[in-house]
Each structure stands twice: as C-alpha cells, then as structure tokens.
Design a protein around this ligand. Structure first.
Ligand code: HAM
Length: 449
C-alpha cells in the first residue's frame, strides 16, 4: 500500500506499511504481546531481577568489541550530526554489560538485571525472523557458580510453561570445552571466535580444518573433531560418554564437569528428558566463554530464545573483571509460534461496560454515568452519539462488551441508568450514585465467567 503525498511541492510516494521486516503491533495482537511481557516481568519479581532500560541507540563500538562478525554484519549503523558512529541495538547483553562496567559497577554482587526491549537486526525477513523484535532478558553478574547458569534455564522453563508451551526442549552446550581444547593447542582467542562461528553456522568440516591448521601442539585437532562431531543425546549420559575421552585433558575435562553440574542442578526442576547436550554446539555471538543453551518448541526449527556465560565481556568494555551469564527470550518469535503453530487466537482488549445514550438530551448524563463506572474500576467505553436500543446492542457486541448501559431521556430525568448483562443474566436500573458501590458486582461476575 503506497499513497502519494505532497512534500515541498513535489508528489512523493509514502508506503502505508512499516519498513521491510518490521511490524506494527495491532489492537488484537497487543493483549498477547502484553501477556508475554507481563510473564517476563512476573519472573523478574519471582527470581529477584531488577528491571532496567537502555536506549535503542548505542555507540557502534559497544557491539564491535565482542558481539562477533555475524551480529556486526546485520546491524543498522549510522552517523549522527557530529560524525559519531551509532547503531540500533541488535541485542541487549552488551548494553547491560555497559551498565555493569559503568554506573552499576559498585552494586553488590551478584547483581541480577532484567529487560524487555526491542532489538534491530538486518536479517532476511522470514517466519520468526524480523528486523525489529522483542527480547525479554535476564542477566546475572558476579557469580561463576553453576547455580547461576542453571537458574537461567530454569527461568526459561518456567516462562514456557506459564505461556502454555508444553512441548519443547533445551539444546545445551559448553564453548568452554571447545575453547579449552583450542587454547591447549595454542590457538588464539580471535581464531577461536572464528572457528566457533563456523560451528554455529553448521560448517563443521571447515571448523575442523581450521583447528588442524592452527593447532601448534598436542592432539588438539583430533580432540576438537571428536567433540564437534560427538552425537547429541540426553544431557547427563552424553556428558559422561564424552568425559571418558577427556580424561587427562585437564582444563577441558573441568569445563565439561562444570556443564555436568549445571545440568544436574537444572534437572531438579526441568524434566531431564527435555535437556539435550549437543557437544558440537556453538552460538552466533562471540562473547560466550562457557555454558550455552537455546530452547526449541515442537515443530519450530528456530530457537525461541537462548543465552550463555560470557565471563570476559564486562572487562572487555572497560569495566572490572565480572563474570556474567544470562539469556534472552525471543518474545516476537514466541508470539508468532503461539499464533501460527499452537493456534492461539489473539483477541483485542474489550471494554467490560459500554455506555450508550439513547437520545441527544441524555448524552450529558450518560457521559457522567460512564465516569462513575470507571471510578469503580470498570473498563468502560462511551459511545459519543445517540443510538437506538437495537443499534446500541449491535455496537456493544461488536466491541465485545459484556454489559450494556443504556441512558434514555426518561432514565436521565430519573437519575438512573439501565444496566443489561449481554450474557442474558439480568437487566436492572441503577441510580447514578449507586454505580460506584454496585460496579464491583460486574467485575466479580466476569471473574467467574
Ligand atoms: P540471540 O540468540 O541472538 O541471543 O537472540 C535471542 C533470541 O532472540 C533468539 O533465540 C530468537 O528467539 C530471538 N531472535 C533473534 N534474532 C531474531 C530476529 N531477527 N527476529 C525475531 N527473533 C529473533 C542474544 O541476543 C543474546 N544477547 C542472548 C543472551 C543474553 N546471552 C546472554 N545473555
């Protein structure tokens, strides 16, 4: 849809749609979006996360430091009037780490921070992949303990259950294992990032080839390949299979032991069969140093969210040495999953009461009566023009209102309104000064259905 409008005397085309890959959120979609956001906020409260907000625009360098090539090549980057390079945030971990490196650097640790934020990536738009999407995220700074990592998975599990997703599994991995093998073979951190990025893209053979070429000592190449190609399976059993192979490879074995502890802790809450270890798993962001995970819903080939441990990030952006672990829930993708795959029907918000004047002369009184309902906490929509009773009913039903409040000339003269339950349970006259006291009955009626 494109319209022509006049601009400085010229006719220019203005699309009536947002930029490609971005979405308007319409009235019928807002309640579902809001309920996902409210679930995230409830979890902030339940698990002790303090919510923060950061601007959608950041300095480009914040992400350039350690987010990785994959993210950098998909960023919206622009210059401001002073030539400063800015970017629309593609994710929230770096901005939150910036806070911990700066204004929150003196906060007692561990510090738990949460956010609900729109992020922007120049991804090729397709199902579940948009150029503007919401993250609901949780980050813990200041603890290296496996319980902090396990908590992330447990919160995600809690979220999925609360929003009605039952069939899902967690894909877990540990880049600390791969990094330890590569470090022991003398491969630099930068090369490790490149190799992990290849693994993330499924280019396993190229990753193996790079390790073989770059390994300066030991059996790094062989070990790396063994881990990268080891079949995925139930988490604890697969960790135990692999740990036999890592006996004597001290650092890598320790990292694998760390993964085992995390899974053991998380399995007390999450059904163990839902946790699958993929030894060759890596994620697209290069700041990860240890445990990583993603959640997948039945029938969706792309992750509903993910995260992991990033112990070096805060110091890399100029802060103290503070370990971190966290994850982000892909709220936009989850909303699409709920509507397209689980067939959840989005419903617009509807007023509980709908007030309609039946005559021009009763508009004033009806207007005041509508306010009395709102004072009592009843969501009430007012029809500004007068209509016949049958048209009033039609209009109330179209809006999904449960109670229709009619105010005719005779009602206005007697200071009363006529309240009708459109579910057919009652029709009563209420004096206007009674509205405040009696409206609770409307709320409780809808609460019990
Ligand atoms: P991420 O895996 O890039 O991680 O994004 C997290 C989730 O956001 C994805 O699993 C997916 O559900 C959703 N998502 C990503 N890109 C898009 C897109 N183009 N359209 C719709 N949804 C998308 C991060 O961003 C890390 N900051 C997560 C994290 C937090 N790690 C540690 N703490």
């Amino acid at each position: 849809m494109v319209v022509l409008v006049s601009l400085h005397g010229w006719l220019v085309k203005v699309p009536l749609t947002p930029p490609r890959g971005m979405d308007d959120i319409l009235p019928e979609e807002i309640p579902l979006h809001r309920s996902l956001v409210e679930t995230v906020r409830l979890l902030f409260r339940l698990y002790g996360y303090k919510e923060v907000e950061t601007p959608p625009v950041e300095y480009y360098e914040l992400f350039a430091v350690k987010s990785g090539q994959e993210i950098l090549s998909h960023m919206y980057v622009f210059e401001d009037a002073h030539g400063r390079r800015l970017a629309l945030r593609p994710e929230m971990t770096a901005p939150i780490a910036r806070l911990v490196a700066g204004r929150l650097s003196r906060s007692p640790q561990p510090i738990r921070l949460g956010y609900v934020a729109d992020c922007y990536r120049l991804d090729e738009p397709q199902w579940g992949r948009r150029r503007r999407f919401y993250h609901g995220g949780f980050e813990i700074f200041g603890s290296k303990e496996p319980a902090a990592d396990a908590e992330c998975m447990v919160i995600f599990d809690d979220f999925l259950r609360r929003v009605g997703i039952k069939d899902y599994y967690f894909k877990v991995g540990h880049v600390g294992v791969q990094r330890a093998i590569m470090s022991a073979a003398g491969i630099s951190d930068v090369d490790q990032d490149t190799i992990l990025a290849l693994l993330d893209k499924g280019r396993v053979e190229e990753a193996e080839e790079s390790v073989r070429k770059l390994a300066k000592k030991g059996e790094g190449g062989t070990l790396f390949s063994e881990v990268a190609t080891h079949p995925a399976g139930p988490a604890i059993a697969t960790v135990d299979e692999l740990s036999v192979r890592l006996v004597g490879v001290e650092k890598a074995a320790k990292e694998l032991g760390n993964l085992r502890k995390i899974i053991k802790l998380a399995s007390q809450v999450i059904e163990p069969s839902k946790i699958i270890y993929y030894p060759g798993f890596a994620r697209g962001l290069s700041y990860y140093t240890g445990f990583i995970f993603e959640a997948y819903g039945e029938g969706a080939g792309i992750a509903l969210g993910g995260g992991g441990r990033y112990d070096g990030l805060v110091s890399l952006i100029g802060g103290p040495e503070v370990p971190g672990v966290g994850f982000a829930i892909g709220l936009t993708r989850i909303m699409q999953y709920l509507t397209d795959r689980l067939m959840v029907k989005p419903q617009p918000d509807s007023p509980l009461a709908f007030v309609v004047p039946l005559a021009e002369e009763s508009v004033e009184f009806a207007f005041k009566a509508a306010h009395e309902f709102r004072r009592a906490g009843v969501p009430t929509e007012f029809e500004p023009a007068a209509y016949s009773p049958s048209e009033a009913i039609r209009r109330a039903e179209r809006r999904g209102a449960r109670f229709l409040v009619l105010v005719g000339r005779r009602e206005a003269e007697r200071d009363v309104v006529s309240v009708r339950d459109l579910a057919g349970r009652f029709q009563e006259e209420w004096r206007v000064e009674e509205i405040y006291g009696r409206a609770e009955a409307l709320l409780s009626r809808t609460r019990v259905g």
